[in-house]
Design a protein around this ligand. Structure first.
Ligand SMILES: Nc1ncnc2c1ncn2[C@@H]1O[C@H](COP(=O)(O)OP(=O)(O)OP(=O)(O)O)[C@@H](O)[C@H]1O
Ligand SMILES: [Mg+2]
Length: 169
C-alpha cells in the first residue's frame, strides 16, 4: 500500500498518466478493474479524466454520476467509467451486465464501488482519495493498494514512475 500527496491537479494528472503508462507497458493485458474510493468531491472523476486523456481520448469526459456509465474506445481498448453513488441497492448493478463487459481489452474504472461491492468482480487496483484540512490549506492524498500479490510489482512501478516524473517537472 502506498500513499502519496496529490494536493495539486498537476499531481493527480501525473499519477493518472503513471497508471496509464504502466498498463500500456504490460506485454499481455488481461483487462483491468480499478476501484476509486473517496468522499464526494475527493477527485475520483478528475483522476479518471486524466487517465483517459493519457490514452489519447479527446472526448468530453463527463462524470457518470447521473448516467451510471460512460463508455470510450481507443486503440482497441474499451473503457467503462462507472459511478454507483445513486444505487439504493447493491443488486442494481446486475442490470448493467458488467461481468459480460469484462474482457482482456477492457479497462473498468469504478467510482463508489462500495455501493455494489457484493456483485462486483475483484479489482486489480484500488485507489482511495482523501483530503485533510490544515488551516485554510487542503491536502489531498491517494492511497493505492491491491489485493492480488501478482499486482504488487505493478504498484511499485506506478509509484516509481510517479516519483520520477514529479522529480523532473
Ligand atoms: N489534486 C487536486 N487538486 C486540486 N483540486 C482537485 C484535485 N483533484 C480534484 N480536484 C477538484 O475537486 C473537485 C471535485 O472533483 P471530482 O468531481 O473529481 O470529485 P469526485 O470524487 O468524482 O466526486 P463525486 O463523488 O461527487 O463523483 C473538482 O473541482 C476538481 O477540480
Ligand atoms: Mg465523480
Amino acid at each position: 500500500m502506498y500513499t502519496i500527496k496529490i494536493s495539486e491537479l498537476k499531481e493527480t494528472s501525473i499519477l493518472a498518466a503513471s497508471i496509464a503508462e504502466s498498463i500500456c507497458k504490460e506485454e499481455r493485458s488481461n483487462g483491468k478493474i480499478i476501484y476509486l474510493y473517496g468522499d464526494l468531491g475527493s477527485g475520483k472523476t478528475t483522476l479518471v479524466r486524466y487517465f483517459l486523456q493519457s490514452f489519447g481520448i479527446v472526448d468530453n469526459i463527463k462524470s457518470p454520476s447521473f448516467s451510471i456509465m460512460e463508455q470510450y474506445y481507443i486503440n482497441e481498448i474499451s473503457f467503462y467509467h462507472f459511478d454507483f453513488y445513486r444505487f439504493n441497492h447493491q443488486s442494481e448493478v446486475l442490470n448493467i451486465g458488467l461481468n459480460e463487459l469484462k474482457d482482456k481489452n477492457t479497462i473498468m474504472l469504478i467510482e463508489w464501488p462500495e455501493k455494489a461491492i457484493g456483485f462486483l468482480p475483484k479489482p486489480d487496483l484500488e485507489i482511495l482519495l482523501s483530503c485533510s484540512e490544515i488551516g485554510t490549506d487542503v491536502e489531498r492524498y491517494a492511497t493505492l493498494s491491491t489485493q492480488k500479490n501478482k499486482e504488487e510489482k505493478w504498484l511499485t512501478n506506478i509509484i516509481s514512475a510517479y516519483k520520477h516524473v514529479l522529480a523532473h517537472t
